[in-house]
Ligand binder design. Structure first.
Ligand code: FES
Length: 314
């Protein structure tokens, strides 16, 4: 659907907040905390951005965009967007929903604050117990500072600035010290931050199902030096070779097979496909460890095969 950029605000160093409103009518489709939208850029790239306004506010979608120096064009294009422009977006989807819990621990690294902020507002709205820990590298990168400070849950927000000598220190061991089945952890931010949380939680015996994560940056595009393999379509028996410099999705599309794609970085789950036989080589950031080990599904935009052949449920 088409939306109009109503406001563009420099929210923090390298972070812009874009407020999107309906082009026709007043209300936008509803969403829940943790949801994201796909934004189609003029260059035809598609990128996902978490919604960070309150789900109760149906008049706008608010997104925060970090300018990534390693950007393949997505964040640069988004930073160039001006007020009044029309953007094409998907309806909100949620791969990072809140779960009923006696207490929620919300952890944000940098721009990972966007879905976490939305979750905090939702939890505060329903009177649920939670705490929010927000880590940034420097003070000028603290996005949504005023909104956090003015919220009625500001007392539950802990901010940590790496470059601030003498400031509070983010101690993951302490924050995750008491795993309980009725507590849930949500983490969003750079890959290293998420990995540290997931590994610490595992070491402290948190159940995997109580630790929820959402990555922003995806996997690298296919590199040279990969091994070729083939995929077989279960419905027709057709065999399709996947060359070393191709993804499975590219190979399928080259043979006229339609593949639903969005992020093309192993982050969003749109291209999830059932595997009936063979051993996937998972390269995505979407599946949990248990899902990977089951070997029965694959993200075809980025993952490959350890076996000479994969039979896909296509
Ligand atoms: S298209 Fe997003 S994970 Fe494959």
């Amino acid at each position: 659907m088409k939306v109009q950029v109503r406001r563009r605000v420099d929210e923090a160093r390298d972070v812009v907040a874009l407020e999107l409103g309906a082009v026709q009518g007043e209300l936008l489709p509803p969403f829940s905390a943790g949801a994201h939208i796909d934004v189609r850029l003029p260059s035809n790239l598609t990128r996902q951005y978490s919604l960070c306004n309150s789900p109760a506010d149906r008049t706008r979608y608010l997104i925060g965009v970090l300018l990534d120096p390693a950007s393949r064009g997505g964040s640069k294009a988004m930073h160039a967007v001006r007020e009044g422009e029309i953007l094409e977006i998907s309806e909100p989807r949620n791969h990072f929903p809140l779960h009923p819990a006696a207490h929620s621990v919300l952890l944000a690294g940098g721009i990972g604050i966007t879905p976490i902020l939305c979750m905090a507002e939702q939890l505060a709205h329903v009177g649920a117990s939670f705490e929010l820990h927000y880590c940034v590298r420097s003070d000028d990168r603290l996005a949504f500072r005023d909104r956090l400070a003015q919220s009625d849950f500001s007392g539950r927000v802990h901010t940590y600035v790496d470059a601030l000598p003498g400031g509070p220190h983010f101690d993951l061991q302490t924050v995750l010290a008491n795993p309980l089945p009725e507590k849930h952890v949500y983490v969003c931010g750079p890959g290293g931050f998420i990995d540290a949380v997931v590994q610490t939680a595992a070491a402290l015996n948190w159940a995997e199902g109580c630790v929820h994560r959402e990555y922003f940056a995806g996997t690298e595009p296919v590199k040279e030096g990969e091994r070729p393999f083939q995929v077989r379509l279960a419905s027709s028996g057709q065999c399709i070779p996947v060359h070393p410099t191709q993804s499975i999705a590219q190979a399928l599309m080259a043979h006229g097979i339609d593949v639903p794609l969005s992020c093309e970085q192993g982050v969003c789950g749109t291209c999830l496909t059932r595997v009936l036989k063979g051993e996937p080589d998972h390269r995505d950031l979407y599946l949990s460890r248990a899902e990977r080990e089951a070997h029965d599904q694959i993200l075809v935009c980025c993952s490959r095969s350890r076996s000479a052949e994969l039979i896909l449920d296509i």
